[in-house]
Design a protein around this ligand. Structure first.
Ligand code: C2E
Ligand code: MG
Ligand code: MG
Ligand code: MG
Length: 278
């Protein structure tokens, strides 16, 4: 079951967490309790267009404020929630909350939500999302879902679900591109609205020619396919300038804005002050 969680969740919490069976069972119970006690909340990280350096939307990121453990990062509980079947409930909560919040934003910007591959098989995702949109009164085009390449490993039925989601009118974004199985056939067989370059490539692209080559290749792939590329994990003005020079249309990262409970109305002043690449 651990392997199913994909995305390296198991490895990540093994390093920093007691991963004994007892601890996992305790955490499962605590996730359940956390849902009942409203310990989960969302933070929103801005996404900026490089064309005009205006914000276009926000990614919803799940947070857990645990009464004893303090703040538990998603990498330490999403994998467990996936393994024990709670991800359907947790994920449905995320979608409902994000839609309600976005419906209240005066700027009318978009929201994107991460969806686990396990939600595709353990919940009726199109109905969950349709109900969340209807309850919030949010237009479908203002919501995107972010999926990872692992979503394609479970066979053809997930592609059918993706098509049903597309029919609802929500955007479909390929997240963490370049870190999973990165089969280019996924990009051929399904028309994504956006593809996100994993931040591990952005992180060292200015020092590591191989990372830069991969970033450049994903950007030209996006231009060729007519898919917007989002670069995530931008931490410096230099990284932003590099991406702007190469016509990367969307960017996200601490340099643009940190995840926060209240939505930012504009990029950080450092962004607006940093020079625009020619
Ligand atoms: P992700 O979807 O790739 O989200 C981006 C992660 O990068 C977030 O980590 C964000 O805080 C972090 N980040 C953004 N900008 C920067 C930067 O400039 N530098 C660095 N070092 N990090 C940056 P976070 O919030 O810890 O989330 C980690 C992962 O947990 C997410 O990766 C996503 O896969 C998963 N996750 C978060 N919320 C949810 C959720 O509601 N449902 C599901 N299924 N997964 C979620
Ligand atoms: Mg994401
Ligand atoms: Mg990502
Ligand atoms: Mg990531």
């Amino acid at each position: 079951a651990a392997k199913q969680s994909g995305r390296g969740n198991v490895r990540e919490y093994d390093r920093s967490f007691d991963s004994s069976i007892q601890n996992r069972i305790r955490l499962e119970r605590e996730i359940q309790l956390g849902l009942e006690r409203n310990e989960f909340f969302l933070e929103y990280q801005p996404i900026m267009s490089t064309l005009d350096r205006r914000l276009v939307g926000y990614e919803a990121l799940l947070r857990w404020q645990h009464p004893e453990r303090g703040r538990v990062p998603p990498d330490q509980f999403i994998g467990i929630a996936e393994d024990c079947g709670l991800i359907a409930q947790l994920g449905a909560w995320v979608v409902r909350k994000a839609c309600r919040d976005a419906a209240g934003w005066e700027n009318g910007l978009n929201v994107s939500v991460n969806v686990s591959p396990i939600q595709f098989t353990t919940s009726d995702l199109p109905n969950v999302i349709k109900a969340a949109l209807d309850d919030a009164g949010l237009e479908a085009k203002r919501l995107s879902i972010e999926i990872t390449e692992n979503t394609f490993l479970q066979g053809k039925q997930n592609i059918e679900v993706l098509k049903a989601l597309r029919t609802l009118g929500v955007g479909i974004v390929m997240d963490d591109f370049g870190t999973g199985y990165s089969s280019l056939s996924y990009l051929r067989d399904f028309q994504f609205d956006k593809v996100k370059i994993d931040r591990s490539f952005i992180w060292d692209m200015l020092n590591q020619p191989h990372s830069a080559a991969i970033v450049d290749a994903i950007l030209s792939l996006g231009h060729g396919l007519g898919v917007d590329i989002v670069a995530e994990g931008i931490e410096t003005a230099e990284q932003l300038a590099y991406l702007e020079e190469r016509s990367c249309s969307l960017v996200q990262g601490y340099f643009i804005g940190r995840p926060s409970q209240t939505i930012a109305e504009r990029p950080r002043t450092e962004v607006l002050e940093s020079s625009v690449a020619a």
